[in-house]
Design a protein around this ligand. Sequence first.
Ligand code: HEM
Length: 466
Amino acid sequence: MSAVFSDQPNSQLPVNSRRKIPPGPRGEPIIGNLREFRSDILGLLETSARAYGEIVHFRVGPREIFLLNDPYYIQHVLQTNSRNYRKGMALVRSKILLGEGLLTSEGDFWLQQRRLIQPAFHRKQIAMFGQIMTDCTLEMMTQWQSYIEAHQPLNMAEEMMGLTLNIVCQTLFSTTITEEERAVVQEAMEIVLQLGVKNATRLPFFEKLPTRGNQLAKKAIHQLDEIVYRIIRERRLYPQVDEMGDLLTLLMTATDADTGEVMNDRQVRDEVMTLFLAGHETTANALAWTWYLLSENPTAENQLHTELNTVLGGRLPTMDDLPKLPYTQAVLHESMRLYPPAWVISRQAIGDDEIGGYPIAAGSAVLLSPYVMHRNPNYWENPERFNPTRFLGDSLQWRPHFSYFPFGGGARQCIGMNFALMEAQLVLATVAQSYRLRVGEGFKIEPEALVTLRPRNGVYVMIEPR
Ligand code: HEM
């Protein structure tokens, strides 16, 4: 970490000297903190929050950026004054992939789509998916046998990515994609996401240049489009389209209350692409980190096994078992505390605002980082320690709501939260019933902060039958 820290507001800023600016790392002339934002953004945000407190000021070129590290300031942006904030640059740039889908759209159009899609994520509706989730997990596990026999390590990050993609396809779109297509989706998303993160700190015209990265992304989006449009085309040809009753049907048949119009293929494509991405990458990362943390913490792992043995006694978990598995759920929450898949939520101020006594000018970027907040020692004792019991009993009740926010909050809170929690709990219980996953001794896994927080270089484990 190369940030130069000062206790005083940044003296090099070309801003009105009467304006009150929160403290922050000084950065370099002209480019400000750009270099650290590019090279080690997690380290920069965390160290700065510890050094400067609840609100930290950065500058990247001409852009002013504020990191909020106080649950009430975070609540202010996501809930109390959320109308003054729109999505931040990384998501705006993701529109090249996601178009005007739920994650990236704004205003009345977003609200209309959210109201339309929300019923598909109702608890009762998603309860029907439990069986598919465990079936997909079992199918994945049958393919592990050859690795066990050959004593070969397996990359859990990849396994979880394939599994959650399969689950999202089958539950939301009642469709399977071929092995080949799955590989294309994973590779294409990787290319587009890597580029999206890089472009977030670049000027907009950079996206239009015929660079190798931009051309690869264009090709990747084209490949993804082919798969998604194939799914839509096949569904349009299906005679009993209304009877499928899944999310895809809902998207394709819903009519606008005022105009009576249905969504065109492009709109359906944007929502499908959004749910493809938002619905698998995050949950896969949450699970991959969980396997790593359990392998590193045998006491917690034993406690998990004890709960599974007592409640399930060797049978597969169902939806009805989930409330009886509080430790299993606590393991997932503790894993998402330490490694929240959505490690940063960014917003842009529409009009001037004031937070913590500091003016936030219109156009400023505001960063809310679950990764940083979840490790704030004012709210989490021994924050680096993996301890699922933090999430047992009523311990969450006395915490400020936004001291733990892996799914965001306010009107734009994750629509798939219950879906993800149910899926992760079922996958964890199904796999941990049968196997213990061991990361090689002394093998430390570093986080890589892309759009989501991934384990860099994967999570390679040896699989031991229990
Ligand atoms: C562990 C898993 C997950 C995590 C940590 C997560 C996290 C988040 C977060 C933090 C947001 C808010 C982003 C913002 O405010 O800018 C969000 C939004 C969203 N998530 Fe998730 N998510 C997960 C799983 C899912 C699943 C399974 C789905 C769908 C099947 C999904 C679909 C969405 C959508 C569509 C939005 C945009 C909602 C809106 O703005 O109306 N997510 N997610």
